[in-house]
Write a protein that binds this ligand. Structure first.
Ligand code: GDP
Ligand code: MG
Length: 452
C-alpha cells in the first residue's frame, strides 16, 4: 500500500500496545518515540512530528480515558484521532460537490507533477460514477501535451478538446465554451513551468478569468517531500487553489512528507495518485487513510470504490459475504469479476478489514482475463448443487465438468483450490489475531469511521 514502511512501523507500535501489560508513562514515551521515528523516516517535517507527538502524549497522560474504553484502547484511539487530524481530518469534507452543470475543474501545478495524467484519471473516475465528462488542454507550451491528453481521453472514453494552433489558453477555452453545456464535468488541463514564476501566475489568472473554474486543484508529486508545503502555500495564496492532489505516492517511501505538508496548508488534499494508470487515483479521506496505515482496514473506501464498478447493493453484498466467510463458488466468480473491474486485487485487499496484515502470495491475487474466461466456461458446466457445495465435488464430477467445459481436469482442480484458499483466508482473518483488534475497534462505536 501507500507508505508501506510507515504502515509497517505503525502497526508494530500497535502490536506493542496490545501486548503491553499495563499503560504507564514509560509505555507512552516508548510509543511516542516509535511514532516519531516512523514519521521522520517518511520524511515528515521535524516540527510537525514533535507537535503531533506532544499532543498524543499530553492527551494520553492528562486526559481521563472514557469509561467504555480500557487505557490501551484509549491509547490507540488517541493515536488514530491525532494522526487523522494531522492529515487534515475533522475539517471540511474533501469531497467535491458538483452542484453546477457543467462543473468546471481546473488542474494547475509545475512541470512534471502529473497534471495531465491526473486529468485522465479524474475523467475516468467521474465517468465511472456516471457523469458525462470532457477534458480540455490549454497547455500551449509543450506540443506533446495535446497528444498526451488526447490519448488519455481516448483510453478512458471521454471527449477531448484542444487547439494545437492557438497560443492563447483563454481563447482556447472561449472557443469551446458554447459546447460545454452538454457535459456534467469539464476538466481543464493547464501548462506548468519549472517554478511558480510571475509569468505562470499571470497565465493562470488569465485562464481562470476565462474558465471561472468551480474547483482548482493543485497537482504535486509526492517526491517533492517537505518542499510540498511551501509550494502548496504559494499556489494557494497566489492562485486560490481549492484543493490538492498528491501524485506518485506509489513511488516513494517518503511520501509522508508531501502528504503531511500539504494537509496543513489550508487547501485540503482531495485526491491521491498511486500510479500511472487511469485507475490509480483515490479520493483522499484522512480517516480511511489512517485506518489503513494502522492496518484497521477501510471497508468504506472499498465500498466507495465498488460504486463505480458495480451497484451499491451488489457492493454491500460483496462486502458482507466476504466478512461472513460464507460464499459459494459462484460468489467467488462474481466477486472476482466485480473486483477486477475495481482495479488490482492487491489494492482492494488492503481496504478490507484485517486483510492488510495478511500477506497473500502474489500469484493468488493476480486474476487474469484468460483465467476468468475459463472459469466462466467451467462454472457454466457445473450444476447448481455443485456451485453451492463445491466441497463435495469428486473426481468423476471433475471429469464430467472438464468434458463439458472444454477445460482440463487440472484447470478445474486449480479453480477449486483457489476457492478453498479464499475461504481459508477469510476464516483466517475472521478468527485470527485480528479478532481482538477488531473487537477493540468496534467498541469505539461512532467514533471510528469504518464498519466491521
Ligand atoms: P504534468 O507535466 O504535470 O502534466 O505531468 P504529467 O501528467 O505529464 O506526468 C509526468 C510524469 O509523471 C509522467 O511520466 C507520468 O506518467 C508520471 N505520473 C503522474 N502521476 C503519477 C503517479 O501517481 N504515480 C507515478 N508513479 N507516476 C505518475
Ligand atoms: Mg501536462
Amino acid at each position: 500500500m501507500v507508505l508501506d514502511k510507515l504502515s509497517d512501523s505503525l502497526k508494530n507500535t500497535l502490536k506493542k500496545i496490545a501486548s503491553a501489560v499495563f499503560v504507564d508513562e514509560k509505555l507512552v514515551n516508548e510509543l511516542v518515540k516509535d511514532v516519531q521515528r516512523s514519521l521522520l523516516q517518511s520524511d515528515v517535517n521535524v516540527k510537525l512530528v514533535l507537535d503531533l507527538s506532544n499532543k498524543i502524549k499530553e492527551r494520553v497522560l492528562k486526559e481521563e480515558a472514557p469509561k467504555t474504553l480500557s487505557k490501551k484502547e484509549y491509547l490507540i484511539q488517541v493515536l488514530y484521532e491525532e494522526l487523522t487530524k494531522f492529515l487534515g481530518g475533522g475539517g471540511s469534507s474533501s469531497k467535491i460537490e458538483m452542484k453546477k452543470k457543467p462543473f468546471k475543474l481546473m488542474l494547475v501545478g509545475l512541470f512534471g507533477n502529473g497534471k495531465t495524467t491526473t486529468a485522465g484519471k479524474l475523467a475516468h473516475y467521474y465517468k465511472k460514477r456516471g457523469l458525462k465528462v470532457a477534458v480540455m488542454t490549454t497547455d500551449t507550451w509543450r506540443p506533446a501535451a495535446f497528444d498526451q491528453l488526447e490519448q488519455l481521453a481516448k483510453k478512458v472514453g471521454v471527449d477531448f478538446m484542444g487547439d494545437k494552433k492557438s497560443k492563447d489558453p483563454a481563447k482556447i477555452f472561449k472557443k469551446f465554451e458554447p459546447e460545454l453545456n452538454k457535459y456534467d464535468l469539464v476538466i481543464v488541463d493547464t501548462a506548468g513551468r519549472d517554478a511558480l514564476s510571475d509569468e505562470l501566475i499571470t497565465e493562470l489568472n488569465s485562464i481562470h478569468k476565462a474558465v471561472k473554474a468551480d474547483e482548482i486543484l493543485l497537482v504535486m508529486g509526492a517526491d517533492l517531500g517537505q518542499a510540498a508545503e511551501k509550494q502548496a502555500q504559494t499556489f494557494h495564496e497566489t492562485c486560490g487553489v481549492t484543493g490538492i492532489v498528491i501524485t506518485k505516492l506509489d513511488g516513494t517511501a517518503k511520501g509522508g512528507g508531501a502528504l503531511a505538508a500539504a494537509a496543513i496548508t489550508g487547501a485540503p488534499v482531495k485526491f491521491i495518485g498511486l500510479g500511472e494508470k487511469a485507475d490509480d487515483l483515490e479520493e483522499f479521506r484522512p480517516e480511511g487513510f489512517v485506518g489503513r496505515l494502522l492496518g484497521m482496514g477501510d471497508l468504506e473506501a472499498l465500498l466507495e470504490k465498488a460504486k463505480g464498478a458495480i451497484s451499491e447493493e451488489e457492493a454491500q453484498d460483496l462486502g458482507n459475504k466476504f466478512l461472513k466467510g460464507d460464499f459459494s463458488l459462484l460468489d467467488l466468480y462474481e466477486q472476482m469479476q466485480a473486483v477486477r473491474k475495481m482495479g488490482p486485487l492487491t489494492k482492494i485487499m488492503e481496504m478490507i478489514p484485517g486483510m492488510s496484515q495478511v500477506h497473500l502470495p502474489k500469484e493468488m491475487l493476480e486474476v487474469q482475463e484468460e483465467k476468468l474466461t475459463k472459469w466462466k466456461f467451467i462454472l457454466d458446466s457445473c450444476t447448481k448443487e455443485e456451485l453451492e457445495n463445491p466441497e463435495d465435488m469428486d473426481g468423476s464430477r471433475v471429469d464430467r465438468i472438464a468434458k463439458g467445459s472444454g477445460c482440463s481436469s487440472s484447470e478445474i482442480r486449480a479453480l477449486l483450490k483457489q476457492y478453498k484458499q479464499s475461504k481459508k483466508m477469510v476464516k483466517m482473518f475472521k478468527g485470527g489475531s485480528e479478532k481482538d483488534m477488531q473487537k477493540m475497534m468496534q467498541k469505539f462505536g461512532g467514533k471510528m469511521p469504518f464498519k466491521m
